[in-house]
Write a protein that binds this ligand. Structure first.
Ligand SMILES: [Zn+2]
Length: 274
């Protein structure tokens, strides 16, 4: 029997993803597998099929990869935590930007980390919503869902004066109702194409780092649409070890390490609203 080419497998997986629009839920309280994307809901269903102008660079829709070749977006979810300030030190030292999908109340209280959020903003990182209390949006009523978004937005506005327009659903979990409401509310939904799974093995940084090596190490990787990497700044070694290793590796391979907004070509004036 002829071997199935890698391309054929990718195509099969992609078509299976379109058929199965139901989100795959993570079993634990962290972000795991991204949900399957539907053709209508994804601007980035497959590499090479990017929406030509990403809705004139305001996006609003679902994305899971960067559109700018040679860019890499490091994303950190579930914080801020007591480790986040150290992460900001590392990012400053290495002169790169990242994106933070923050919660209001998820183990840590947002108001206990006001200074760190102010610094994130001042340092030029992108602050995005990960909802108020990290609930699975697909299980909530429209009222509850709206509350999860506006409560976090209002807290962020209190701290930095503006409300985020980019968001990531907890667990990457959505359904057609969630997607339609989020779009109606004006959010760009950011998933990921590279999952470090750091929450599964928070101390085994090498396993997470291999995800970077695999995605960025291939000879032609730099000529492809960039990758969005998922990890969590609530894990000590993700901050103190993985972040620095990942940034050094990406830079060494010639990538630009930027925010999600920048890797999509969205001007920073469109990352937030009043
Ligand atoms: Zn999360």
């Amino acid at each position: 029997m002829a071997p199935i080419s890698r391309l054929a497998v990718v195509a099969m997986l992609a078509s299976a993803a379109f058929v199965n629009a139901a989100p795959i839920l993570a079993p634990m309280a962290s972000d795991a597998a991204a949900p399957a994307l539907t053709k209508t809901d994804s601007l980035a269903a497959a590499p090479g099929s990017w929406n030509s102008e990403l809705s004139k660079r305001g996006v609003v829709g679902t994305i899971d990869r960067c559109t700018t070749v040679g860019t890499v977006a490091l994303t950190f979810d579930d914080g801020p935590s007591n480790y986040t300030n150290e992460l900001l030190d590392i990012l400053a030292r290495k002169k790169v930007k990242a994106t933070f999908f923050i919660n209001g109340q998820n183990g840590n209280s947002i108001m206990a980390h006001k200074a760190v959020i102010e610094r994130m903003h001042k340092d030029g990182h992108q602050i995005a919503s990960h909802t108020w209390s990290h609930q699975d949006l697909a299980t909530l009523s429209v009222t509850k869902m709206t509350e999860e978004m506006t409560k976090l937005d209002n807290a962020v506005k209190e701290i930095i004066g503006v409300r985020p327009m980019f968001m990531r659903p907890p667990y990457g979990s959505t359904n057609p109702g969630v997607l339609s409401l989020l779009k109606k509310l004006g959010y760009t939904i950011v998933l990921w194409d590279q999952d470090t799974n750091d929450w599964r093995h928070p101390k085994e940084v090498d396993i997470s780092f291999k995800v970077y090596e695999k995605a960025l190490g291939e000879a032609n990787a730099i000529n492809q649409p960039g990758h969005i990497f998922l990890q969590h700044d609530i894990h000590e070694y993700t901050v103190t070890k993985l972040a620095g290793m990942a940034i050094d590796y990406a830079l060494e391979k010639g990538f630009k390490v930027v925010t999600v907004g920048e890797c999509l070509g969205v001007a920073n004036t469109k990352w937030y609203r009043k």
